[in-house]
Design a protein around this ligand. Sequence first.
Ligand code: MN
Length: 213
Amino acid sequence: MALEKYKQKRDFKKTPEPEPKKKSSRGQLKYVIQKHAASRLHYDFRLELDGVLKSWAVPKGPSLNPADKRLAMMTEDHPLDYQNFEGKIPKGEYGGGEVIIWDKGTYHSPLTTNRKRSEEVLAEDLEKGNLIFVLDGKKLKGEFALVKLRSSKINTGKQDNAWLLIKKKDEYASKEDITRQERSVVSGKSLDEIKSDEDAAVYGEKEKLSKKK
Ligand code: MN
């Protein structure tokens, strides 16, 4: 089951994160990048595919410069509802710390904008470890690739989930440091503002929390 690992790592009585439920969006496939102040700051890059969000943790965040290769560690699938999650994961829980929605939008295969065909191509590319896609977000646009690093004698075991996130050359390629645009594209808040915001834990999850009380 695709969300089994997600479920195992979390206690849903303690975290405001969404429950592990498979579902698909409507229209174009969705993507989200969350900036996450966990024990180490990183960006969580998530692409909707087959009813879940395929996920990579990118320590340095994305770059618009095709010369940059950003390490992206593949992590467990997340539920689609996670795309709306912004707030605080309680200290001591898995991934404890603040989360903002740093970027969001839709994406498709460079070969087609048809959702069904896109999903077929992308699923095959993911399997091959060479995923190419076009983002249409608020901060990121244009073609990107996620390329799986092959395990070698030097890179063994632990490196099995290592990928590289690379901007392809197109009209959106740039030397601008996009991570300097640090605010949420949903609330306009920075991670520090979420941290000092008493209500932040309930963004997008107000109903769920009130049901639990
Ligand atoms: Mn994370």
